[in-house]
Design a protein around this ligand. Structure first.
Ligand SMILES: C[S@@+](CC[C@H](N)C(=O)[O-])C[C@H]1O[C@@H](n2cnc3c(N)ncnc32)[C@H](O)[C@@H]1O
Length: 219
């Protein structure tokens, strides 16, 4: 089984310090929601993010990365074979668990609505038959709970060809859910830190490369 984690992903509700910023208030009115119930999205809240978070502004508020990643992972052959478990870990140390049979919305606005619902209620659609649920948990704690060989994907890692990745049986693969910069979590707990390409790849491209490699090489 491959356990694929999108780590330190920039997925969060609008933080309290910027809920009153005019750009956020305007967007909340348009969405007919409270600012505190909106997903932080750089497309709409960039001014507010930049004013408050300065140098971090280029990475905050990127739910689109989680959306692309989840589309690729959930619709993959490996998932359809029942050999993939997908998790989204956030910058605030929450973990989103995803039932492998979940078909996520392809429409981005519907995905945003679903995530807002999840952050608000902790589970969707309901606790009796959950498709997605949220728990407070750090990345090392999640990896420890899974208990398999762990590989962090990073352009700063040791260069390895995809075909040389050590993915016997159960494996945890960690991919950054942020557009630039580095992991916030200290990755020294991981067994390996690996780069599969001489340059920066998008998170969802990295995800599909390792998913496809595992699907073909480890049957
Ligand atoms: C857009 S990158 C984030 C940029 C960041 N400088 C980095 O590589 O961590 C998103 C994620 O894709 C993966 N990634 C990007 N380039 C990679 C590479 N050459 N080898 C392995 N993973 C890569 C990493 O997991 C990374 O965190």
């Amino acid at each position: 089984m491959m356990h694929l984690i999108l780590a330190d992903s920039e997925l969060e509700l609008v933080p309290q310090p910027i809920q009153g910023h005019p750009a956020v208030v305007k967007h909340a009115k348009l969405r007919k929601k409270r600012p505190s119930n909106l997903l932080l999205d750089a497309t709409y809240h960039h001014q507010a993010i930049r004013k408050r978070y300065g140098s971090e502004a280029e990475r905050r508020g990127r739910p689109d990365i989680a959306h692309f990643f989840l589309m690729n992972a959930q619709e993959s052959v490996l998932n359809k074979q029942g050999r993939l478990r997908v998790y989204v870990h956030t910058r605030n140390n929450e973990v989103i668990y995803i039932n492998p049979e979940t078909r996520l919305p392809k429409s981005y606005p519907r995905f945003v609505g679903l995530m807002e619902n999840l952050f608000h209620n902790g589970v969707v659609p309901n606790a009796e038959s959950p498709l997605l649920w949220l728990e407070k948990m750090s990345l090392p704690a999640l990896v420890d709970k899974i208990g398999a060989h762990s590989i962090v994907m990073s352009e700063k890692g040791a260069i390895k060809k995809l075909g040389n990745l050590d993915m016997p049986g159960d494996v945890v693969v960690i991919i950054g859910g942020f557009p630039s910069g580095d992991y916030i979590t200290d990755m020294s707990f991981a067994d390996e830190i690996v780069s599969i390409f001489d340059g920066t790849l998008m998170a969802w491209v990295t995800a599909y490369e390792v998913i496809a490699e595992y699907e073909r090489s480890y049957r």
